[in-house]
Design a protein around this ligand. Structure first.
Ligand SMILES: *[C@@H]1O[C@H](CO)[C@@H](O)[C@H](O)[C@H]1NC(C)=O
Ligand SMILES: *[C@@H]1O[C@H](CO)[C@@H](O)[C@H](O)[C@H]1NC(C)=O
Ligand SMILES: *[C@@H]1O[C@H](CO)[C@@H](O)[C@H](O)[C@H]1NC(C)=O
Ligand SMILES: *[C@@H]1O[C@H](CO)[C@@H](O)[C@H](O)[C@H]1NC(C)=O
Ligand SMILES: *[C@@H]1O[C@H](CO)[C@@H](O)[C@H](O)[C@H]1NC(C)=O
Ligand SMILES: *[C@@H]1O[C@H](CO)[C@@H](O)[C@H](O)[C@H]1NC(C)=O
Length: 428
């Protein structure tokens, strides 16, 4: 099923051919337009508070990619460097399938104040709970058990930083909820500025005071700088993404122990060109540049920032690949619907491929410092059952992009933690 996607892109990981097959840990186991009308966009874009919006990126509050489907089947050339064989077969955590598992879920979102209401599907009326009971089974090994006590101890004194869009925020929430299950005194865990979670907030930091660590989130949906432009170019250009400049809040990221990045959902014509946002490199406007070419340029900027700014002796770096969505498209392509299924799909229907994920892999492979790519595209491609759908805080607008919590983002964290503990020993 997933065997078309057998790369293990962390050069680091590949080199060592790490085997996770520890015998100690067998866990057997309404079609609406979702964005506000374009005229509203333009109104927001041109009249509203330049200073405020500077911080917000090009589009509207929510992540609703409109281009993802168009990319499907757009297979870019892939390398298939297998992990070196290692006795009982090589372990590629990201190649496998979903199996029923009664040990999930690992927490209850209603008891986790850091799981936002919009992702708490059960609290928002979802009745079936099969979607909570699937575990990812890599082909030749197991995803190690999330042992909350061990993880809490290992994180003592550390700073964990997530950077990216709302998918990153979801993973941040998931990690906090997972960790909270191991802490008796829930009041010892708090947002450092007393802020509530909102969709556009630029920074959130949750402190586990009895373990002396924080888990932080920086909203940076493109990772590179976004800015409004004076009327220099054509009128339609209202703002630009400066592909050669990393986001100006990036200075806040480097002094950390674990850094987890993502970007992808905002790289769509709907969120870029349709809102008057175009690309810029240096002083030059790049009006004809394609989105994938721009994405590659932005990731190169990110890569050199990592190489020159981050002390990778201390900081462990992850980049999470693109999160597939599950919109159904009608024949005329202009309308789409969101049909959350009861069970995972048996076929990925091309959703296991993403040009963004391919670019991430290529860029990371070329880097001079170790970066681990969390390859979640393929495994997520089956999970048409795990999206928020109508069970959000805005039930009128079904959502086949975001994921329910608990759910798939918990598995992203299980991947990350297994790398931290095994590969890096977290001996930071
Ligand atoms: C989650 O917690 C809430 C509040 O404590 C409770 O009402 C609900 O039954 C729990 N859900 C599950 C699935 O355990
Ligand atoms: C908490 O962690 C920091 C490092 O992040 C360390 O400098 C400090 O001594 C720790 N505090 C305690 C009380 O352990
Ligand atoms: C957070 O939300 C709670 C409950 O809705 C509210 O009472 C509180 O004032 C909010 N805090 C901030 C800082 O907005
Ligand atoms: C990282 O570790 C290597 C080998 O121990 C050392 O040569 C290098 O100077 C270190 N770099 C930094 C920035 O500390
Ligand atoms: C939604 O998916 C179910 C299968 O899970 C299928 O039976 C149903 O026809 C689908 N509905 C639409 C509108 O596509
Ligand atoms: C990787 O580096 C080589 C040599 O510097 C370069 O030719 C190639 O284009 C780079 N590939 C990517 C994906 O950046």
């Amino acid at each position: 099923m997933v065997n078309t996607f057998s790369r293990s892109t962390s050069g680091h990981y590949t080199r060592k051919g790490l085997n996770f097959g520890s015998p100690k840990s067998p866990r057997v186991g309404g079609h609406r337009k979702t964005w506000v009308s374009r005229s509203f966009h333009i109104l927001v874009g041109c009249s509203l508070l330049i200073t405020f919006v500077l911080a917000m990126g090009c589009g509207y509050v929510y992540v609703f990619p409109s281009l993802t489907q168009a990319f499907h089947g757009y297979g870019l050339s892939k390398d298939s460097k297998p992990v070196e064989s290692n006795g009982g077969g090589t372990c590629d955590l990201f190649e496998g399938n979903w199996e029923p598992y009664n040990g999930y879920p690992l927490y209850n979102s209603s008891e986790c104040p850091f799981a936002e209401r919009g992702f708490n599907c059960l609290a928002n009326g979802r009745k079936d709970n099969d979607y909570l009971k699937w575990r990812w089974k890599p082909k030749n090994c197991d995803v190690p058990v999330f042992d909350v006590r061990v993880v809490l101890e290992r994180l003592r004194g550390k700073r964990v930083v997530f950077v990216g869009d709302s998918m990153s925020r979801t993973q941040w929430e998931s990690l906090i909820c997972l960790l909270m299950t191991g802490v008796e005194d829930k009041k010892s865990i708090y947002e450092v500025n007393g802020n509530n979670i909102t969709k556009q907030i630029r920074f959130l930091g949750v402190r586990f005071s009895s373990f002396n660590f924080t888990v932080e989130f920086y909203r940076s949906v493109f990772l590179v700088q976004h800015g409004w432009v004076p009327r220099i170019g054509p009128k339609r250009v209202r703002s630009t993404l400066k592909l050669d400049k990393l986001d100006d809040i990036s200075k806040e990221w480097s002094d950390s122990d674990v850094l987890i990045f993502n970007t992808g959902q905002w790289w769509t014509t709907g969120k870029l060109f349709d809102t008057g946002c175009y690309f810029q490199v240096g002083k030059a406007l790049k009006l004809g540049m394609s989105i994938t070419a721009a994405y590659k340029t932005a990731l190169d900027t990110w890569a050199s920032w990592v190489e020159t700014t981050v002390n990778t002796n201390r900081t462990k770096i992850f980049f999470r690949s693109f999160e597939p969505s599950h919109w159904s498209h009608w024949s005329d392509q202009s309308r789409r619907s969101c049909n959350v299924t009861q069970f995972p799909m048996s076929e990925t229907e091309g959703r296991d491929q993403s040009p963004f994920s391919d670019i991430i892999s290529e860029v990371v492979k070329n880097m001079t410092v170790p970066v681990t790519v969390l390859q979640v595209t393929s495994m997520g491609a089956f999970r048409s059952d795990a999206h928020v759908g109508p069970y959000s805080d805005m039930p009128a607008v079904a959502d086949c992009s975001h994921w329910c919590l608990p759910g798939v983002p918990d598995v992203w964290n299980e991947f990350m933690v297994s790398f931290l503990l095994a590969e890096y020993k977290l001996d930071l």
